[in-house]
Design a binder for this molecule. Structure first.
Ligand SMILES: [Zn+2]
Length: 339
């Protein structure tokens, strides 16, 4: 009996040790930089309500480094948020735009996780440079979700739109909800910028340029936002996040100024080295069709790169996040360090 009790005890003890060992291993396996306390990155549908709650939590936790503004509202009355990281009165400003295309919503999660990482490391070094020093001279302005209505459609279906007029209209447009790229009015937000705009297509999941250039509330808000920042200082560059394909747009057409061309080249070379994404070989303004990148490069004279994260068809599954994170976690702060 004594032996059996002793055996039971040692089995129990063994189990406890095994459990402790497993917990220890699990802790080690989880990369330190993914220990995000606020932004959750282990599930696929990062929703609008999660975004709103995380922006508020980040601002409360890091009141000295994080500020946010509502720069406008979508058709379905969702807020278009700007999250400012660092010194809002800095002379230089770097812009980051994510989620212009609805189904590419993993770029919202990526942006938010980057913001949290740069806050967590504010008084530390990334690539041997103090984050606080960079953010003191270059403010980073994120639009983590440029298309919250379209994202709600892609995540939850047409029923997620509360505006009855557009909810009804959406059912007669082309394309299913799951792979929706446009906004709630069936306009492609990367075809509606006032650059080389010509009428084309009809309302639907992708490709429709809108009834006129800058017809959409999201685009109007972003143009106002860019102009407002430009009045306060110099916009040194724009990083635009899309998915998918693990490719990079960084070339400029002939009409770009030599300065824009030079800085855009520096930006894409850095992005290329960090992510390993392949550079798109050719680009021309004639293909632009109301694209944001061309708007910045040729109309605003601002250097701009576009990254297409991930490999699978959109929306990307949660399983892709760790590899996207590994390549992109430091990308934006490293781009800011260029200036
Ligand atoms: Zn896209």
């Amino acid at each position: 009996m004594h032996l059996r009790t002793g055996h039971k005890k040692s089995v129990k003890k063994g189990l406890v040790y095994q459990l402790l060992l497993l917990l220890l291993l699990w802790g080690c396996m989880k990369p330190a930089d993914l220990k995000a306390a606020i932004v959750s990155t282990n599930h696929m549908k990062y929703s609008y309500s999660e975004l709103v709650s995380d922006i508020n939590s980040l601002q409360k936790k890091y009141p000295n480094y994080v500020h946010y503004n509502v720069i406008g509202k979508s058709t379905d009355k969702r807020n278009l948020y700007e999250v400012v990281l660092g010194n809002p009165d800095a002379k230089k400003h770097l812009l980051v735009i994510a989620n212009l295309h609805a189904r590419e919503y993993m770029t919202i999660q990526l942006s938010m996780a980057q913001i949290e990482r740069y806050c967590q490391n504010y008084n530390k070094k990334i690539n041997k440079k103090l984050v606080s020093k960079t953010l003191g001279s270059v403010a980073i302005h994120y639009i983590p979700s440029a298309n919250p209505d379209g994202t709600a459609i892609s995540q939850y279906g047409f029923g997620a739109i509360r505006n009855n007029k557009w909810k009804k209209a959406l059912k007669n447009m082309s394309g299913g909800s799951y792979r929706w790229k446009s906004n709630a009015r069936g306009v492609d937000l990367n075809r509606n910028w006032p650059i080389a705009w010509k009428h084309s297509g009809s309302r639907g999941s992708a490709g429709y340029r809108g009834p006129k250039a800058a017809s959409e509330p999201e685009i109007k808000a972003m143009i106002r936002w860019v102009n407002r920042i430009q009045k306060r200082g110099k916009i040194v560059g724009v990083v635009s996040y899309h998915s998918t394909g693990s490719i990079l747009y960084g070339r400029c057409a002939g009409q770009a100024s030599s300065q824009v061309k030079k800085q855009t080249t520096r930006m894409y070379k850095l992005a290329e080295s960090l992510t390993g994404y392949g550079l798109m070989p050719t680009e021309s303004i004639s293909y632009a069709r109301g694209c944001s990148r061309e708007y910045f490069l040729y109309k605003k004279n601002i250097p701009c790169i576009t990254l297409e994260v991930g490999y699978e068809a959109c929306p990307l599954g949660a399983g892709e996040f760790p590899s996207i994170w590994k390549k992109n976690k430091d990308l934006v702060i490293r781009e800011a360090m260029l200036f």
